[in-house]
Design a binder for this molecule. Sequence first.
Ligand SMILES: C[S@@+](CC[C@H](N)C(=O)[O-])C[C@H]1O[C@@H](n2cnc3c(N)ncnc32)[C@H](O)[C@@H]1O
Length: 415
Amino acid sequence: MQNGRDPLAPVFSVLRDLDGTPPWLRCTLGQPSGVNAGWHKLVAQPIALASGTAVKLVFSCDGAHTTRTVPASDWDGELDALLEQDPHRIDLAGRDNDYHARLSKSGRWMVSRGKPSLAPAQQPAALPGHDRERNHPLPPGDEDVRQLFIETGLFALNGQLRGSANGKYRQVQHYLELLRPLAVLSPEAGAAGEPLRIVDAGCGKAYLSLGLYLYAKRLGFNVTLTGIDRNAHLVAQVREIAQRLGFEGASFEGATIEEVAAAGGSADLLVSLHACDTATDDAIAAGLALQAKAIVLAPCCHHELVHQLDVAVRNGNTPAGLEAITALPVLRRRFAELVTDGLRAAALEARGYRAEMLEFTSPEHTLRNLMIRAEQRPAGAALEPAMAAGYAAFESLRSQWALSPSIAAVVPAPG
Ligand SMILES: C[S@@+](CC[C@H](N)C(=O)[O-])C[C@H]1O[C@@H](n2cnc3c(N)ncnc32)[C@H](O)[C@@H]1O
């Protein structure tokens, strides 16, 4: 810093500090008109991102605003660069003091220090998130959310997103976005403290379901989460994580999905994500047996019908017109996946659910990126025709290819 800027040293020592809860809330820099740095006013604010603390910069020029986010590691250099752009006034709102600095005509900085404009009791305890992140179902600046992501391994112990976990982190947030519209998760029901019984069939490490648990708790639900997995080792691990997080309503059982369906009971929401091959069909059967109001599935590895279509093509037992697809093994495999999930959605329709197909993760990451989101249709005159249409769609696709999919077990012919 040049000598003429020496009086700014105390202001910049506060501004450079981004450790823990930074000692400043907001800083406004102004430039005299005629300076052509592309901005007249700049507001800087420390924020919490999933990747750690950063500074949000909003540049204003002739009524237009542009925003940039600077990671904490680049903030020192960015500040020096901003000072080179000749601001003539700096107003810093700090936690302990406010600072006001003005550049005189003779080129000297005059700095005054005063009481904080926001009294300590009015100051936010935690850093705000970025506007984009503020709407995330699980805001990363929230302490409970941070603990959840640390325990599930997506954040490092210092609360920063691990680079390698970025995809999984976005998947959790996107998963909750896709569940948000479900009637069983309505904020009104949450605010009324209604019970919400969630079953996760094939929960694995359960990082998605633990996120769902916290999200529903935040809405006010009286949540119980039952995670099921046949891998007892994983179940023991997840149980410990839930205990450390204090998620008292979450329990995990080493069992098969079939066992859960056979045990009976009821649930509001059954989720099953990436359960292998026909385990997704078992999960649908479990959701139906538990009379779940909503069933959400992300299918994966569709071996069953790939094999059946291979046999059908080998035996020349295929409907006319699709040879250009089914004669080619790679396309036949993709086609089998579509048929499998189309049959699952139709089966749910036949059982009285409204089934939608959504993209769960970006197709760039995996082709197995579909989500089936199904909700029980309300009783009424429209229910029976919808179920009959679902059955007709199911039977027409199944019989054309003479398929025997596992999911057929839950699709009885209409009585
Ligand atoms: C690919 S992992 C997905 C885990 C988790 N749902 C997720 O999306 O991160 C599939 C899990 O389903 C479990 N699984 C598969 N078939 C099952 C069955 N029939 N009963 C219980 N668990 C099953 C496996 O043990 C495994 O942990």
